[in-house]
Ligand binder design. Structure first.
Ligand SMILES: Cc1cc2nc3c(=O)[nH]c(=O)nc-3n(C[C@H](O)[C@H](O)[C@H](O)COP(=O)(O)OP(=O)(O)OC[C@H]3O[C@@H](n4cnc5c(N)ncnc54)[C@H](O)[C@@H]3O)c2cc1C
Length: 226
């Protein structure tokens, strides 16, 4: 368990906010991991006071950044309370965990992220860049519109890494079977990280398994509620 002190929130694109917390001295995580935070608030709804969030910052950044979509009219009581969090408030968090991490980097890496599913991927990309290991990496990023969270900062990283490629898929364009065919014909021996809405993650995962990609070469992070 850890206690995290809230510093500030930033609207990073319309209805998407990043929440910055101080990083306690003994708080360690591996890029791509998540925490569960508890946000006590009055009159909470039936979804309660706890939520999982991937840590969007990389360990070297020395802050804990979470990011989420909040559409205030349709939000859970949790998201409303999160939105109204006052700087200096201390919240409780579990220790970071999760297997959506780079264990070994011996193959091409393909990240497939949908919407706010970019959070763990941002952490990993920043971490790899920091370690000068952002080599042979593709990011396929789908979003409901052109307001793409973290676009500018990820593109800044791209400018310094010639073998890091970004492909955007903005609604109504989706990451289609045709697109996946083209990629996996070129890179059959790759490791894929898929993160975002559950239907997207399981759909793409099933599809690429049906094309012969080994299950062990796919890591998934499901974001329920999207
Ligand atoms: C490992 C992990 C990592 C995650 N990382 C992130 C992250 O980095 N950022 C992030 O935003 N989310 C992340 N999530 C998802 C997050 O925990 C919430 O489930 C999500 O943000 C929805 O929040 P909310 O329930 O407060 O709903 P809101 O976003 O306030 O709700 C939006 C709409 O969805 C509906 N809805 C939401 N949840 C449900 C449900 N369970 N059943 C039915 N309807 C529902 C609501 O009724 C509402 O209409 C992660 C989840 C996991 C398991």
């Amino acid at each position: 368990m850890a206690k995290l002190e809230f510093i500030k929130k930033i609207e990073i694109s319309p209805d998407i906010y990043s929440f910055i917390f101080k990083c306690p001295k003994d708080f360690k995580w591996i890029a791509g991991q998540f925490i569960q935070i508890t946000l006590l608030h009055e009159n909470f709804d039936d979804r309660g006071v706890k939520r999982y969030f991937s840590i969007a910052s990389a360990p070297f950044e020395k802050i804990i950044m979470l990011a989420t979509r909040i559409e205030l009219q349709n939000s859970s009581s949790f998201k409303k309370a999160f939105y109204n969090l006052k700087p200096g408030t201390i919240i409780e968090s579990t220790d970071p965990k999760g297997k959506f991490i780079i264990e070994k980097q011996d193959k091409k890496i393909i990240f497939i992220a949908g919407g706010i599913g970019i959070t763990p991927v941002r952490s990993i990309i920043f971490d790899l860049n920091h370690k000068d290991k952002l080599k042979n990496v593709d990011l396929l990023y789908s979003n409901r519109d052109g307001n793409i969270p973290f676009k500018t900062e990820i593109e800044d990283i791209k400018k310094k890494n010639s073998s890091f490629n970004i492909y955007y898929f903005l609604s109504p364009n989706i990451i289609s079977e045709e697109t996946l065919n083209k990629i996996y014909i070129r890179f059959p021996d790759s490791c894929t990280y898929i993160s975002g809405p559950p239907a997207m993650v399981s759909g793409i995962s099933d599809l690429i398994i049906s094309k012969g990609i080994n299950k062990n070469d796919i890591k998934t992070d499901y974001f329920p509620g999207y």
